[in-house]
Design a protein around this ligand. Structure first.
Ligand code: DON
Length: 312
């Protein structure tokens, strides 16, 4: 990381964001996965991880929630680490869809290409590529240990969330089999879908997401453990993907407003990467109609504006 912002300055911005946004009433918990509907809607936390590994945390930053689509980021990095970025560009893509995260139409419109590993189709395709192919347990271990390296701490599946997702993932089943139809899935479709569903069901905290973001911001070196988690050249690749599609059909508005590459999940988490400067995360369950946390995006937008974190 190259630019240092003083910890007190960051703390003041995070505290001010928390105070300004905590009474925000907009949005609604995701309810298409029953577990998510039952998570207390008032939870709210913001965390920032600085280049020296210091974490500034305010609010419910140790509450364990479903990582959901934020998990698409680590799996995309792992796939690029295993195969090289060019191979992922060729087999999956790096385009915005301009459509909802679970869009089947996007897959049809892109003429048999999943567009990007940061929407459902591309994420299932990325799961199918993770090595060792054909070995569900081995692939799962590779994904979980990679996430643990990024966060610098252990992560576990929330069993009830996994059951809830598995019982309701009919749309994703269709996507997995369409990918098979188009030869854009590179392992057994059911195995790949189950991996995707399991990774979405991992529990994380806002604090852990901030460290993951800081690891990406520092070019792949975890600022807590100092471990080189992935090849340095991949950080700009994943950050550009986050900037391109991290908020799905609202990505352009978000980027125009904040300049902050970020990725959301329907569990209410958002992870933002400021290359060379810091990792940010916020968590609050109520979502807008695109599936992005209302309070978390307000909070991160405020911090990005106040600290001038836009990358453009
Ligand atoms: O595929 C799904 O429906 C979920 N498990 C994850 C979706 C998600 O988090 C979309 N992000 N905002």
């Amino acid at each position: 990381m190259i630019q240092k912002i003083d910890k007190q300055t960051v703390r003041a911005a995070v505290e001010a964001a928390y105070d300004r946004c905590k009474e925000e009433q907009g949005g609604k918990n995701a309810d298409y996965i029953p577990y998510l509907a039952g998570v207390p809607s008032t939870l709210f936390g913001i965390a920032a991880c600085l280049p020296d590994g210091d974490v500034v945390a305010v609010g419910d930053t140790d509450y364990v929630f479903g990582i959901e689509s934020v998990s698409k980021v680590p799996t995309a990095i792992l796939a690029m680490d295993q195969y090289g970025a060019k191979e992922i560009l060729d087999r999956i893509g790096a385009d915005a869809t301009g459509l909802p995260f679970n869009s089947i139409m996007a897959l049809l419109l892109e003429k048999e290409h999943p567009s990007t590993p940061l929407v459902n189709a591309g994420a299932i395709s990325a799961c199918s590529m993770i090595r060792p192919t054909g070995d569900a347990d081995g692939k799962w271990r590779a994904i979980v240990s990679f996430i643990a390296d990024l966060t610098g701490s252990e992560v576990e599946v929330i069993d009830e969330l996994y059951r809830s997702e598995t019982a309701t993932n009919f749309n994703n089943k269709s996507i997995a089999w369409l990918l098979k139809n188009y030869a854009r899935i590179y392992d057994d479709p059911e195995l790949s879908l189950d991996l995707y569903t399991r990774q979405c069901s991992l529990g994380v905290t806002a604090r852990q997401l901030a460290v993951m973001a800081a690891t990406i911001a520092s070019g792949g070196v975890n600022p807590l453990t100092r471990k080189e988690v992935f090849k340095p050249g991949l950080a700009p690749k994943i950050t550009s993907m986050m900037a391109t599609v991290g908020f799905y059909e609202h990505t352009g508005d978000w980027l125009f407003t904040t300049g902050l590459p970020a990725k959301t999940g329907v569990g209410g988490g958002i992870m933002g990467v400021v290359p060379g400067v810091m990792g940010l995360a916020a968590f609050a369950p109520p979502l807008d109609e695109a599936g992005n946390s209302v309070k978390a995006q307000r909070a991160l937008a405020y911090i990005a504006g106040r600290l001038n974190l836009g990358v453009f």
